[in-house]
Design a protein around this ligand. Sequence first.
Ligand code: NAP
Ligand code: GLV
Length: 306
Amino acid sequence: MRISFCYADTKSEPWLAGLRAALPQAEVEVWSPGAAPADYGVVWAPPQQFLDEQPHIRALFNIGAGVDALLQLQVPAQTLIVRLDDAGMSAQMAEFVCHAVIRHFRELDHYEAGMNQGQWAFRKPRLRSDCPVGIMGLGVLGQRVAQAVAQFDFPVVGWSRSPKAIEGVRCFAGEAQLPAFLAASKVLVCLLPLTDETRGILRRETLAQLQPGGYLINVARGAHLVDEDLIALLDSGHLAGAALDVFRQEPLPAQHTFWKHPKITLTPHTSARTLRDESIAQMVGKIMALERGEPIAGVVSRDKGY
Ligand code: NAP
Ligand code: GLV
């Protein structure tokens, strides 16, 4: 069995060592143009040439949960595209989003700024019931995040394509219920995949439907958000702030307005990192299942785009 590794922006050696240790019978190599055809690919945003030279590759294991970059390419029709299925990401995402919600709700940035100026001053406690948190996307990450936020007794609502029943979460589904979901949310967390249907979903028309004083947390993809619309709603006061982890262009260009906006908190696409050992273990388990002819979880639907 031959496995081709293709991820230009990372150190390949630890990945190769991990894959070789778990699958000693496999030949595992970094892809280079003209390499022998592989049975499996372990990839992040490979060049089109990789796919053009691998017309019979059986499965591509994406080194991440979101497959939007991969689906931009011409992937051979019979090749399975397999996403990372949690692999240690949901706990990271839950802690990141809970931290962002709590930092906003408890006004910790105000306290930090005050303390830095030697001010010992209290702010009136906010009511948790006035801070419903809406989670867009109730998949592997969204469900874990929704349940984690609900543990702090915030009212939690969620929105997905198909109907869901999640304890402690009021669930909405489909385009028809999007307005009701937004109207029930004050903090909005985006955990949708980037697809033709969700590109630009965080725009003036939708964000304006959040409760006044709303707060946006985008941890999905930068292209979900229309940047100028967020700035306009922050500047008008309809939105109180935003925590952004993902951007249309990454790294965020030095001249972008987001860098200096007083109501925006930035992180460099780090809310849920790919954990190498967990990811290798998951991919190897699935390769062995495929070799035995068994079905695997996490296969992407090309029709749905996630
Ligand atoms: P997932 O398991 O595929 O879940 C996606 C959820 O979105 C599902 O609940 C799905 O509905 C819903 N959805 C998709 N299209 C929709 C639409 N048109 N209308 C309403 N709901 C829709 O994905 P995941 O593992 O939770 O990850 C979500 C995204 O997070 C990834 O695609 C990636 O872009 C992003 N991500 C970011 C980071 C980071 O570090 N910032 C890390 C990992 C992932 P159904 O349940 O009905 O199918
Ligand atoms: C990271 O953004 C991922 O999709 O895993």
